[in-house]
Design a protein around this ligand. Sequence first.
Ligand code: DAH
Length: 346
Amino acid sequence: MDLKEVIGLKEEALKKIDEAKDLKDIEELRIAYLSKKGKVSGLMEVMRSIPKEEKAAFGKEVNIVKDEITKALEAKKDELKKIEDTKRLEAEKIDITLDAYTPKLGTLHPLTLVQEAIEDCFVGLGYKVAEGPEVELDYYNFERANIPEGHPARDMQDSLYIDEKTLLRTHTTAIQMRVLEKEAHDLPIKLICPGKVYRRDNDDATHSHQFMQAEGLVVAEGITLGDLKGTLQFMIDSLFGEGHKIRFRPSYFPFTEPSVEVDMSCHMCHGKGCPVCKGTGWIEILGSGMVHPNVLKMAGIDPERYTGFAFGIGLERVAMLKYGIDDIRDLYTNDARFLEAFKRLD
Ligand code: DAH
């Protein structure tokens, strides 16, 4: 073997290294050339049979060849490793364009929307919001509302009694009575009291044994029916849009005197007459009146000095009119498809 062949071996090795396609090829080449039994080690064996004077030059060349092959292998290995790493990263790349899990958000219930709209309207007028218990004493629900035991007006509200003295309140007027008692010494009073109420009723498209009301109450010196009318006008306009007419019809509630039933001009046909207002142009919307002197007296308020107005409005009725709902039960059966329709109103 001579130097030419050594160089030939080197060139052959470098060519193969250059052509290596992957790390496996590199490892095979390393074994083929540099391992103990490899071709370069074989050259060392050849050294022994080389004439003494050529040994040094041959040995030097073999070392250079070994060195060059080692470096070429290292360089190619680095290059291939980088390529393989990039390929692996490409393959493993997380696709951040995929939708993440989006939790399903609920919506405000239409009755909550109406409750908030009423509260907003009155809070804007300086009213406070008050609540009371749903399991109520007969005393606040009836007695203090000027409906003593045996009074025929009790028949107007079929009730769900817990025991002789306790019932599920039949109207938010019970909250009014509690507030009057508590705030009698802190006049004037300006309150809006929303809440659930219950009656012994058979459920159908327009009746529900559970429903919601908001009670309004103002007691101060010099309050008149005119104040009531202006206030209700403001509320109706806030709920249904400006420009509604309202009218008072004489009515009877034991806790107000005089009592009025309030109609608003139909928000659908603006008074012309349509199926919603049954052709009359008017829609009955709430009951109200001037707080009865007996009610004020029972609370310890002097009816000669103070007067007040009160009203009670049904939230289901407002929701049904406002959103065109034709079955009250839709508000209580929690069908997600129905409730989702209110998403955009939240
Ligand atoms: N409590 C009455 C009802 O449930 C509604 C009502 C009428 C409330 C007149 C009032 C009022 O405060 O003044 O039918």
